[in-house]
Every structure is written in C-alpha cells, then in structure tokens.
Design a binder for this molecule. Structure first.
Ligand code: SAM
Length: 453
C-alpha cells in the first residue's frame, strides 16, 4: 500500500502574529474535521499496524484510537472527507468491515510542537527561519538569538520552556562580554523563561559535571572533541591540562586510569573542577591548581617529579565492580615509589584564542635552570619520551593546506623551533563562516624542552 501524507489537512495552529507572550493558551484551540474508521475492537491492532504510516493521523499527545462503545473502536484517519480516501485504503478498510464516520478533533496548545507555535506567532518574515534550535547544558536551554528576533525573545523562551520537559531555564547569550569574561571565556546571558537557576548537572562521557553556567566556560558542542582526545590516551598516561575548565578532559581521562594535573585560572572553574573530581570518584588521580597556564607549564614538570602520581592499577581479575570503584586510598599506600608516574606524556591545551602564545613556556622547561638537579635522564631521555602536546587554535584559513601552513608557522614561531616528524592536525569545528577551530598534536621537541634559555 502506498503512503500518504496529511496533505488534505491544515495541521498548523491558529495564527497570532506579533505576539510577545502567551497569556491565554485557549487562543490556540482549533477544531479539525476528519473521518474515522469505526471498526470491530478486536481488529484494532491489525488495522492500526497496517495503516500506521499510510492513513492514521498522528498528532502529538493525541490518541488516534478511541473506544466507541458496543465493542467498536474509532481509528482516526488523516483525511477530511471519505471521498478523499485513497482507493487501496478504502478497499482494505471496507474488507475489514469498517464504517466511516465524521470526527472532530479538538486541538489546543499542548498538541502543537514548539516549531508549530513559533511559526504561528512570529512575524511572517521571521517565522520561516526562526531559531528553534538551542544547546542544552544540564537543565538550561541556551540560545544565541539574532538581533531581529530579540523583540520576541520572551515568547521564544516561553515556548521552548513549555514544550521541552527537560528544560527548566531558558537563556539567551548576550553579545557584550567584558575583559574578565573574555579571559575565562564566559558569556553573559539573560534569562528568557523559567527559573533563574544556573547551577547545572550535565552528563558527558559517562561523567557528571556540575557547574555554574554563568561563571565558567562550557560548550556542549565539544563533547566529540573531548571524547576524541580521551580515547587517544592510555590508562597509564600522565596528563597535564593547563586550561582544564571544570574537567571535561581531566575527569574522563582519570576515569580511564590516567593521572592528571588539571589547572584553570578561573576560581569558579577550579571550585567546580574539585567538586567534580570528588563526585566522579577520581580524587586520587587528579591534582588540581588555580594558576596562570604559563606558570603551570613551568612548574608541572617539577611537580610531577616531586609529587609522583600513583601508577595505573588495572582492575584485578575477579575484582567486583564495587571494589574497583572503592576509593583507592589503600592502593595509594600499596604502590612502590619506583612505579610512580613521573613522566608527563600529554598536554591538552584548549584555549583556542591564545594557547599558541603559551608554547614559549616550554622552552627550557626540562633544563637544569627550571628542574634543578633532578635526575631526569631515566624519564625524559630522548625525543620519543617528550610529551605530546594537543594545542587548540583558530585559523581564518579554511583551505586545509593553508590552515596547516598557518598553524604550523605560528606554533613553530611560538616555540622558536621547527616541529619534528610527529605532527597531526585535526579540524575540530567551524566556529564562524570564516573561522575554523583546529587541534594540532605534536611531540614537544627535545631541543625546546632542554633549551638553555
Ligand atoms: C576554552 S576553555 C576550555 C575549558 C575545558 N578544557 C573544555 O574543554 O571545555 C579555556 C579555559 O581556560 C581558562 N583560562 C583562560 N586563561 C587562562 C590562563 N591564562 N591560565 C589558565 N587558565 C586560563 C578559562 O577559565 C577556561 O576555563
């Protein structure tokens, strides 16, 4: 049987253009006249299954099969008139002994989607392309409304709030950011609808992140990138994250078994990083700090040496999940110093607008002037034992070869040394029509790390 769309029915809500707020929802009531097939109740399932996409009317939160008494049910069809029934549908229903009866559906606000309602309330020139898309951060729906929609921001917020059960707060990103926000990458936002509660709990990579969305940087669009990097790490790795935020690299990495030095300059990010470290039960594997990234890069090698991290403890055969989850405090005491993790194997530097400017901090970082007389030779003995650096940046070059040349040139200038052979470039995402975000991964050149000055 062919499939038929509901082309004969007007399934749009009543139009109320230019509305700024919905006070009275009854204005969206509408009667929809259709036909229903009255059938033997015992055949309901068979008929409903056979006609599901072909002839049955599907409307949000509206039952399309109803009891009709006397052992009969009504199956609601997406046709306003019996004469419009496609011949194959009619034939099938008649064979099943159906009787066609007129039926009036009473639709109201609850039956329309957010998209339907916004199309009917926004001015015609804005309705077509309206921004019903939003990012979710915990219970917060986060919009970035173009200027022409600002007069309607509250009704947009209200509809998104009322039509999405997981949303309790709707905010719009404001264009103005002051210097402090600029450093911490925090956007000012205004409440459009719902409760002014900005502390969210957001799940990513099986970890729970709690943070105040008005105080710290968070971007749900980076989930794939966070996962890509964590997947690349081995459980035995020792990772340094100078711009850790609330821990979207650090915490999943530690969950995997990595030991992590995680740092962020924003006191609020640091506060929530610590909270998330505890709530995700990785306190023994993360050492946090609240310093400038440059200072952190300089001292983290010393810190790794002086305050070695516990070795990776693979789950023992037969060890219960519960035991593996238990805080490994006793395990800490059990590991022998010679098994400590001292050698940093990866740096994750996600501060795309300026991370490259921090690369000069690696110059001489392992030289005696920075490391004193610590005997590094066993750990950082050759080029291959230098850490991999995953450094994020933006480029205006959209052509991959040009982007690579631009980024490589800036990285090499930043470190004052050419990159070695191990270099890869990954296009993370497009952030604006002429701006891409990249991650360049490369091994820290030995000559840079041990440079005399
Ligand atoms: C783009 S966010 C990345 C956060 C997190 N790594 C992520 O992927 O979501 C950059 C982070 O760097 C922090 N930051 C900015 N300048 C810094 C600096 N000079 N030193 C250390 N952290 C800094 C910000 O507070 C922010 O949390």
């Amino acid at each position: 049987m062919r499939s038929y769309s509901a082309e004969y029915l007007d399934l749009t809500p009543p139009v109320h253009r230019g509305l700024k707020e919905i006070v009275d929802k009854s204005i969206f009531r509408k009667d929809l006249n259709i036909i229903a097939a009255k059938i033997d109740a015992r055949k309901t399932q068979t008929i409903a299954r056979a006609l599901r996409d072909k002839a049955i009317l599907h409307i949000r939160s509206y039952r399309n099969v109803e009891p009709a008494g006397d052992g009969k049910t009504l199956v609601l069809l997406k046709f306003p008139d019996e004469a419009l029934l496609p011949p194959d549908v009619r034939e099938f229903l008649e064979k099943e002994g159906a009787e066609f009866v007129p039926y009036t559906m009473e639709l109201d606000y609850d039956h329309w989607t957010a998209d339907d309602i916004l199309q009917s309330v926004l001015p015609e020139d804005l309705a077509e392309q309206h921004p019903s898309g939003f990012a979710m951060v915990g219970h917060i729906a986060h919009l970035n409304l173009p200027e022409e929609y600002l007069p309607y921001k509250h009704i947009i917020g209200q509809v998104i709030l009322e039509k999405n059960s997981a949303v309790r707060t709707v905010v719009n990103k404001l264009q103005t950011i002051d210097d402090a926000d600029h450093v911490f990458r925090v956007f000012k936002m205004e409440l459009l609808a719902g409760v002014p509660d900005y502390v969210v709990s957001h799940m990513e990579q099986g970890c729970k992140f709690t943070f105040d969305f008005t105080e710290v940087y968070w971007n749900s669009r980076l989930q794939t990138e966070h996962t890509r990097i964590v997947d690349m790490l081995k459980p035995t790795d020792l990772v340094a994250d100078p711009f850790a935020g609330v821990g979207p690299f650090a915490i999943p990495a530690a969950k995997k078994g990595c030991a992590v030095f995680a740092n962020d300059l924003n006191p609020s990010s640091y506060h929530y990083l610590n909270k998330n470290t505890i709530s995700n039960k990785v306190k023994d594997l993360i050492v946090s700090s609240n310093e400038d990234g440059r200072k952190f890069i300089r001292y983290v090698f010393r810190q790794a040496w002086d305050m070695p991290m516990p070795p990776h403890r693979p789950k023992e055969k037969g060890e219960s999940r519960r035991a593996a989850k238990r805080p490994p405090a006793p395990a800490l005491a059990r590991w022998a110093p010679e098994h400590a993790r001292k050698r940093i194997t990866h740096f994750v530097m996600n501060l795309p607008q300026s991370a490259i400017e921090f690369l000069d901090a690696f110059r001489g970082v392992l030289a005696p002037a920075n490391m004193g007389d610590r005997p590094l030779s066993g750990e950082y003995s050759d080029s291959g034992s230098m850490p991999m650096i995953h450094c994020y940046c933006f480029t205006r070059f959209l052509e991959p070869a040009e982007a690579e040349a631009d980024i490589r040139q800036r990285v090499e200038a930043g470190m004052g040394h050419p990159l070695g052979e191990e270099v890869s470039l990954y296009n993370v995402r497009s952030v604006a029509p002429n701006k891409d975000m990249y991650c360049i991964s490369f091994r820290l050149p030995y000559e840079v790390a041990f440079a005399a000055a």
